[in-house]
Design a protein around this ligand. Structure first.
Ligand code: ATP
Ligand code: MG
Length: 557
């Protein structure tokens, strides 16, 4: 697992190194992470963030956070704030926080320049007509009847578009490139459209907004970005990115767009639009629901930022798309938590265990290590008494084959405390076991018998008079299939109806009242759990203890 900046043997580093060797950009390296503030960041963005910041850092450069905020309808300040917080949480500090909307004046001026040089025109046709005329592969496009307007005519119309004289959607500005270009993006792409949306930063100052293609590369160029890293779906936009920049007097050398593969995870979706649907349809509690692959969801669930970044680094950069198993990410989380998480005892489905030969009212305290993997975490005092809770699953009246936990007549170890033997059960009117009576051996204090006799199992417990009640959420995959929507095209068809199981009446050792939200602790034998930041004494299961990824690898041989 890589804890620091990734090895620089990837193809993006090769390009940067070659640029540096050739003296392009005078050895300067500047990247940016450019989210659109139309939702919360997800695990895929963590990948882009890691690549953008690591490349800058590895080459002594800087990385900015730039909001690509050119769509007034979908963007909100709430998203801007969450994105800034999430980038910082991952451990990256942007050199500057910037906004494409701050360049609206410059972008507009450059559009006028393009018109003046005869490289752009105002088209009065609607979107449907324009796309129908675009043609297809091997099928030439059709020129718009407005393609040959003069620069003066175009300039006048464009200014009137800006002044708000036309209704939404009635005119666009298009680049005049080549209606027969093999690359569809070059068939006179739209650069500006009329939209009367309220913008979260420029308010109602503008009624025309630049498209991605007119805003992105120019924003890079204005900021002095050298290497504009993005995902593979932008490969086909690169010639347009380069074309736009080639028409303009840039303040710096023209940036270079480099594409890498998206990070996708099985059994979940990483598209803001789809995640927004889960939120808006009430399928999850919000963007930060612990089942969501959003960074805020994973944080609430107890995923350490360091594990997410290590996972992104180790997956490397590639030029072909692929999907990663969720189990592999969980395996990173588990390994990080195994080293850092403190151990506690918690009983999720409590059953009363009463020690009949325990001196009435006596309480003993055991000094227990907080994390055997890290002695520096010290010890804590855990109260033990004759009235305990054990896990319901840890008891069977008569043991079935291969059941080595507590049953009548069987002796087991209560972790760090004593050996106990179950003697009797108390049942309710329905015959349900509600309490187990047991005897203990005072000679086994600390959990070992002086005569060397062995027991087959060690169980966790909490002392009833000292326990605190809590609720716990257990999680399963949000989608039942590896690639949600693979058969029907609709991911929601593959939702897992049992992705969350809520348990109430759990009994926890008292130290857990001090658990810090988002910082997972290990409930012994049960997994890693994180306290909820808002709801007192509510815990989320981060991951279980069993390394399913190791099992999958083993099966593959
Ligand atoms: P979405 O489809 O989820 O809205 P997007 O690509 O529109 O994603 P943006 O917020 O516009 O998301 O993208 C910000 C940056 O993050 C872009 O450079 C984009 O390429 C990158 N990115 C988005 N999703 C992934 C992913 N799954 N893996 C790697 N990088 C990603
Ligand atoms: Mg997008």
């Amino acid at each position: 697992m890589s804890e620091s900046v990734s090895s620089a043997g990837d193809f993006i580093s090769e390009i940067v190194r070659a640029d540096n060797a050739a003296g392009t950009y005078s050895g300067r390296v500047q990247t940016r992470f450019p989210p659109e503030p139309n939702g919360y960041l997800h695990i895929g963005h963590a990948k882009a963030i890691t690549v953008d910041f690591d490349i800058a850092k590895n080459f002594g450069g800087i990385c900015n956070l730039r909001f690509d905020d050119t769509n007034p309808e979908t963007e909100e300040t709430e998203y801007v704030e969450s994105i800034i917080a999430d980038v910082r949480w991952l451990g990256f500090e942007p050199a500057h926080v910037l906004y494409a909307s701050d360049y609206f004046d410059q972008l507009y001026e450059w559009a006028e320049l393009l018109i003046t040089t005869g490289k752009a025109y105002v088209d009065d046709q609607d979107g449907e007509t324009i796309s129908a005329q675009r043609g297809g592969y091997g099928k030439p496009g059709i020129d718009s009847p407005y393609r040959n307007r003069t620069p003066d005519e175009n300039l006048e119309l464009f200014r009137r578009m800006k002044a708000g004289e036309f209704a939404d959607g009635t005119r666009v500005l298009r680049a005049k490139i080549d209606m027969n270009a093999e690359n569809m993006q070059l068939r006179d792409p739209v650069l500006y459209r009329i939209r009367r949306g309220h913008h979260h930063r420029t308010q109602d100052r503008w009624v025309i907004y630049p498209t991605y293609d007119w805003a992105h590369g120019q924003s890079d160029a204005i900021e002095g970005v050298t290497h504009s890293l993005c995902t593979l779906e932008f490969v086909s936009h690169r010639p347009l990115y380069d074309w736009c920049l080639a028409q303009l007097p840039l303040p710096y050398e023209q940036p270079r767009q480099i594409e890498f593969a998206r990070l996708e995870l099985n059994n979940t979706v990483t598209s803001k639009r789809r995640l927004a649907r889960l939120v808006n349809d009430g399928i999850v509690d919000g963007w930060d629901d612990p089942r969501m692959p959003t960074l805020s969801g994973l944080r609430r669930r107890g995923y350490p930022a360091s594990a997410i970044v290590a996972f992104c680094r180790d997956m490397g950069v590639s030029k072909t798309n692929s999907r990663q198993a969720l189990e592999e990410l969980e395996s990173y989380v588990r390994r990080h938590l195994n080293k850092t998480a403190q151990r506690r005892m918690a009983v999720l489905r409590p059953l009363r265990l009463t020690i009949t030969n325990w001196p009435a009212g006596q309480v003993e305290y055991f000094e227990v290590m907080n994390n055997p993997e890290n002695p520096g975490d010290g010890t804590r005092r855990v109260a033990f008494s004759g009235e305990l809770y054990i896990e319901r699953d840890d008891f069977a009246v008569s043991a079935p084959p291969k059941f080595y936990r507590l049953s009548i007549g069987r002796e087991v170890r209560l972790r760090g405390a004593y050996f106990v033997t179950a003697t009797e059960v108390v049942t309710d009117g329905d015959g349900q076991v509600v309490e187990v009576l047991a005897s203990y051996d005072p000679q086994t204090r600390g959990g070992d018998a002086p005569d060397g006799r062995k027991v087959k199992s060690t169980m966790h417990w909490v002392s009833r008079p000292h326990a605190v009640a809590a609720s716990v959420a257990l999680y399963d995959r949000l989608f039942v299939t590896a690639l949600p929507g693979e058969t029907t095209g609709e991911p929601l068809d593959d939702l897992n109806p049992n992705s969350r199981e809520l348990l109430s009446g759990c009994q926890l050792e008292a130290a857990l009242t001090e658990a810090k939200p988002g910082e997972a602790v290990q409930f012994e034998r049960l997994g890693y759990f994180a306290a909820d930041p808002d709801q007192p004494m509510h815990f989320h299961r981060t991951v279980g203890l069993r390394d399913e990824w190791a099992a999958i690898q083993k099966r593959k041989g």
